[in-house]
Ligand binder design. Structure first.
Ligand code: PMP
Length: 400
């Protein structure tokens, strides 16, 4: 008998198998209490959070917390509607102006999440006459944006400029109607786009370029503007999207552009028009976090010290990691999904929470344990992570 839920049966069986095999449900972890930017209570025990994307550790920054509290008491808990219908609050506009100034761009738009920013830009900027050429490892929000829109979508091999060039060449005159999409730091393996080569290519073929700096804002570049700043190619990147949910410690997304025409696109973007705008407290803490990110590079330096220490320590133990030192550290395991889940649980029982990432969400189809570092991690916490991974390595060897 037909049933709407039949198609979910195999998903349910996979989930039940994982729970039976490891005794936990890795996709329904409840954080019982948040203790700080780097610690929480899970299963009644205090654990070190090593998979939060809280790169600068600003979620408990006193200035950000105070700004959020002030906004909620002065402007209320929510905006209860979209900016086009209900109007923009002055703080939404102020944040857009601050982002435009920070990125030296004439246009900036704030969205309710980073997911929505990519959905809006990708589905609206390109139409049925246009082409989107995206790196195969791009985030789901980028893929979903292409599904909401009507452009032809072509993937090129991850971080392979030669493959990109082959495809641009084949497009001929249509290259001018093409949007190339890459990420600053890729969210799963922590590797960076070869942005200089990609910029060179998009210039030669006359295409447009969008860089999603979700994981590189606040992380790369002298001023923290991301990979385009670090590689001094900002003037040639057409659009930058990003999120407030990582380095800036809140929720929201944005797009900035060197093209003032972006402002007109705002009025055509369904994911901008038909969803509620960010609450005053989120906008207030984001503005404060952006100011802190701008003001000082000390947190960025601490983040990189922590990332380097964990990456080098894990590499010395012989783990297979992503290709370069990064605040996102992926540990790829020669293990099945069930074994990786059990090993993930083993780390949790030793007081370390990392992200369990399973195929098809992983590049190369291998399960991986994904760590993300924070400037707020202490030396003792990094040492505890290394200790736990070292025990874990012994277990892994015993399994083999
Ligand atoms: N882009 C990338 C590359 C991401 O990794 C993410 C979130 N993981 C997003 C966009 C979406 O951001 P948000 O959480 O703000 O929706």
């Amino acid at each position: 008998m037909a049933n709407l839920f039949n198609k979910f049966r195999s998903l349910e069986e996979t989930r039940a198998g994982l729970v039976a095999g490891s005794g936990v449900d890795p996709f329904h972890v409840v954080v019982e209490r948040v203790v700080s930017a780097t610690e929480a209570i899970i299963n009644g025990r205090k654990v070190i959070m090593a998979g939060t994307n809280n790169y600068l550790g600003l979620t408990f920054d006193p200035e950000c917390v105070a700004a959020a509290c002030r906004a909620v008491s002065e402007e209320g808990t929510g905006t209860t509607g979209s900016r086009m219908a209900n109007g923009s609050y002055a703080a939404h506009v102020a944040l857009e102006n601050e982002l435009a100034a920070f990125f030296n761009c004439p246009a900036a738009i704030v969205f309710s999440t980073g997911y929505i920013a990519n959905l809006a830009i990708l589905s609206t900027l390109t139409g049925s006459e246009d082409v989107i050429l995206l790196d195969a490892d791009c985030h789901a929000s980028i893929y979903d944006g292409t599904r909401l829109g009507s452009a032809q979508v072509i993937r090129f091999q991850h971080n392979n400029p030669a493959d990109l060039e082959k495809r641009l060449q084949r497009l001929g005159d249509r290259a001018g109607n093409t949007l190339v999409v890459v990420e600053g730091i890729y969210s799963m393996l922590g590797d960076r786009a070869p942005l200089r080569e990609i910029v060179d290519m998009k210039n030669r073929y006359g295409a447009f370029l969008l860089v999603d700096e979700a994981h590189s804002l606040g992380v790369l570049g002298q001023q923290g503007r991301g990979l385009a700043e670090a590689l001094e190619v900002e003037a040639e990147v057409d659009f930058i999207t990003g999120t407030f949910s990582k380095s800036l410690g809140s929720i929201g997304g944005f797009c900035v552009s060197r093209w003032p025409e972006l402002e007109t696109v705002r009025y055509a973007m369904r994911p901008y028009i038909f969803t509620a705008s960010s609450s005053p407290s989120l906008i207030a803490s984001t503005r404060k976090a952006l100011e802190i990110l701008h003001r000082s590079s000390a947190l960025r330096k601490k983040l990189w010290d922590n990332a380097t220490q964990l990456y080098q320590g894990l590499a010395a133990m012989g783990f297979e990691l992503g290709p370069e030192i990064s605040p996102v550290i992926a540990v790829r395991l020669p293990a099945t999904v069930a074994e990786t889940t059990a090993l993930w649980n083993e780390l949790l029982s030793q007081g370390i929470y990392v992200n369990l990432v399973l195929p098809p969400a992983t590049p190369g189809g291998k399960p991986l344990l994904r760590c993300s570092l924070s400037a707020a991690h202490s030396q003792a916490q990094i040492n505890a992570m290394l200790d736990a991974f070292s025990h874990f390595k012994e277990k892994l060897q015993a399994h083999a």
